[in-house]
Design a protein around this ligand. Structure first.
Ligand code: DC
Length: 228
């Protein structure tokens, strides 16, 4: 594995990891790993090839053979699965739910490990996920656990959906978030939890620019980035 510096950003869904990771990576000119997208793509590819969500061996095979291309664009990253557009499909609740099921299978997690390590290249990597600091990049020089209250995360998700023209009730979103948290935290393999050496940042009352500034400060303090 390369020795390029890694900033790991773990935490529950909806804590702002995706947006924050992208903005920090852009500011530093570092690479970005959206590890959740790999689990979502595995779930989508499984559906496409009619692999049942309880067939661990075949799901691991799907994960190992994922034919995926990430295309970095100014505001987002386009995702192609087997040459087909998958950018918005992988973000649906249905795929997210299936992703959280396949992510609980040890063979699938093992199958995606090397692919995740391959993202570590100079000048550095921002790795976004659930087990970036605890399993995948245990040697990372800065580990962040980004969190926010479940209520705030449900509000954020509702606003996101509204912007996309989708109406969803706050109570149903809150229930989904709590169910996903429980599954991610209680699974026996790579459960969602802060690494022992992680810094926890609660974003409930912070704006996105405030969080990006705080992370840039921490990187600078540790000599991992120059002051901007
Ligand atoms: O961050 P996300 O919502 O895109 O993640 C989708 C699912 O994948 C989520 O249920 C947790 C799981 N996941 C994981 O188990 N490990 C990771 N490193 C990233 C995501």
């Amino acid at each position: 594995m390369s020795s390029a510096p890694v900033l790991t950003i773990d935490g529950p869904g909806g804590a702002g990891k995706g947006t924050i990771s992208r903005l920090v990576a852009e500011r530093l000119g570092w690479h970005l790993l959206d590890s959740g997208a790999l689990y979502r793509l595995t779930a989508l590819a499984a559906a496409k090839h009619e692999v049942p969500l309880d067939d661990e061996d075949r799901l691991a095979e799907v994960a190992r053979n994922l034919d995926v291309v990430f295309v970095a664009e100014p505001e987002s990253t386009r995702v192609l699965l087997e040459g087909e557009e998958a950018t918005t499909t992988i973000r649906t609740e249905q795929v997210g739910d299936a992703a959280s099921r396949v992510a609980a299978l040890p063979a699938v997690r093992q199958a995606l490990l090397q692919r995740q390590h391959d993202f570590r290249k100079p000048p550095g990597l921002v790795a976004d996920g659930r087990d970036m600091g605890t399993v995948v990049f245990t040697e990372a020089p800065l580990k962040i656990f980004l969190t926010a209250s479940a209520e705030e995360r449900a509000h954020r998700r509702q606003r996101q959906l509204q912007e996309a023209g989708v109406d969803a009730s706050l109570s149903s979103l809150l229930k989904e978030i709590q169910a996903r948290d429980a599954r991610d935290m209680q699974r026996s393999v790579a459960p969602l939890k802060p690494a022992d050496d992680a810094i926890t940042l609660d974003t409930t009352r912070l704006t996105i620019p405030e969080v990006v500034d705080r992370l840039t400060e921490l990187l600078t303090e540790r000599g991992l980035a120059s002051a901007t």
